[in-house]
Design a protein around this ligand. Sequence first.
Ligand code: BJW
Length: 249
Amino acid sequence: MRTGDEANGLRRGGTIVVLTGAGISKESGIDTFRDADGLWSKVNVEDVATIERWHRDKKTVLDFSNERRAAFRSANIVPNAAHHALGRLQREWPGEVALVTQNIDLLHEAGGASRVMHMHGRGGLVRCMACGTVRESDADLFTHSRCADCGAIGELRPHIVWFGEMPLYMDEITAALERCDLFVSIGTSGTVYPAAGFIQIVRRRRPSARTIELNLEPSDGHSLFGETIYGPATEIVPAFVERLLSTAA
Ligand code: BJW
């Protein structure tokens, strides 16, 4: 493990981009995808999370998302110390903190973050594939569900990004990466693009930026980061934020 103090030297008021993944919500009780006990060890990703599958077999895809919604509802899921620390960072850092998450849960918001870019969509929203309308809804979806806006039947889906679809906010995220002074990646395995390529964008387009990975263990792209810190998010993220804010004080 490489350690250091990348936070030191970051100019006061500089731009920070934080990318989070499933690992930050693990200690809140939400399974990751690719850990040994993760979601993809229980279900085949090709069966439930690709746009091709949606077009071939909507029922299977909708049943899976209904089950996930039910599991989220029944569990007492609350933000953990890492979410709260990032909320604090957004409030107290004397510059921009662009918070980008691959997660569909709303734990960053519940932890006090005011603006979150959910690049893989988020729970609590449905989208009509026929008219494109996005609406707040936590209701289960079925192949006979009808769009309240255009009347199409069987076109409503969760507003999340499946494999083969374009993630959201890409222009805004790319612009933030190209001007950032610090890029922090937290709790992501670095296997899913385009998020996995953000570190390369920063290295290429913003070579002066500090880069740091915080994760339970080295991600696929760990060697591309200038600094790495490993441990549970609830321990290492609050400590990192504390250090960053005291540097800026
Ligand atoms: C802890 C911890 C603790 C544990 N504390 N840490 C061939 C080559 C390259 C790319 C492709 C390719 N073929 C296809 C592609 C593209 C494809 C892709 O990347 N595939 C790869 C798998 C090969 N990507 C796409 O299709 C994306 N779209 C796209 O690329 O559009 C084209 C485009 C081109 C150019 C620019 C822009 C766009 C769409 C991806 C959609 C992903 N969707 C999902 C949704 C699932 C559905 C659902 O939620 O119900 O998003 S899949 C899933 O993976 C989910 C996650 O957001 C995403 C990332 O996972 P994440 O967050 O990294 O989780 P894990 O489980 O992998 O890792 C957790 C980490 O936490 C681990 O490292 C642990 O160690 C750690 N951890 N406990 C701290 N307590």
